[in-house]
Design a protein around this ligand. Structure first.
Ligand SMILES: [Fe+2]
Length: 183
């Protein structure tokens, strides 16, 4: 599977543009994390890109979400390691995050939401001038974008990243694809 095929498949299965953008943002951060750790950038990026491919197909059924996604990813040619990360990102299945890839996807998923919310409260609604310090401040405001689990984001410690560095890396990665995100 190449990236174009993966993205086509995401777009074929997910109509909601904001959800597609969430997957693109997750891909960008996963690529940056892989680069930071000397891991497989393509594999980590594709894992991020595909991780919610089943989100509309499963229609909010959290007991099937990510099980179907892992199967679809396998059909597209994803490795078992990638499929495992996709499966484990939904805690409902009781599949724990074991590998660095699993853990990276798990903590990246909610970080995209926090950064997008921090962008949308700006007067210009643009990522370009958003500073990491603002995102860090928003991280501490528990009621802000409460759906973006702070506990889950903070699990970046398990892959050896301080929270500050994770936020900086994530923000820079998303700025790199700001045009694709429309932000
Ligand atoms: Fe997600």
């Amino acid at each position: 599977m190449n990236r174009g095929e993966a993205l086509d498949s995401v777009k074929a299965n997910v109509e909601n543009k904001n959800l597609v953008k969430h997957m693109l943002a997750t891909e960008a951060i996963m690529r940056a994390l892989a680069k930071r750790f000397g891991e497989n950038e393509e594999g980590w990026g594709l894992t991020g890109l595909l991780h919610d491919i089943d989100v509309e197909l499963t229609e909010g059924d959290m007991n099937s979400h990510s099980k179907l996604g892992a199967d679809l990813a396998r059909e597209l040619g994803a490795s078992e390691a990638m499929a495992h990360a996709i499966l484990a990102h939904n805690e409902r299945h009781g599949v724990s995050c074991e590998t660095k890839l699993d853990k990276a996807l798990f903590c990246t998923d909610p970080l995209t939401g926090l950064i997008i919310a921090a962008t949308l409260v700006r007067p210009d609604k643009k990522l370009a001038a958003l500073e990491a310090s603002s995102v860090k401040k928003k991280f501490k405001e528990k009621s802000f974008a409460a759906g973006a689990s702070r506990e889950q984001i903070a699990l970046c410690s398990e892959i050896g990243l301080e929270l500050d560095e994770f936020i900086e890396l994530g923000l820079a990665a998303m700025k790199g694809i700001a045009a694709d995100l429309g932000l």
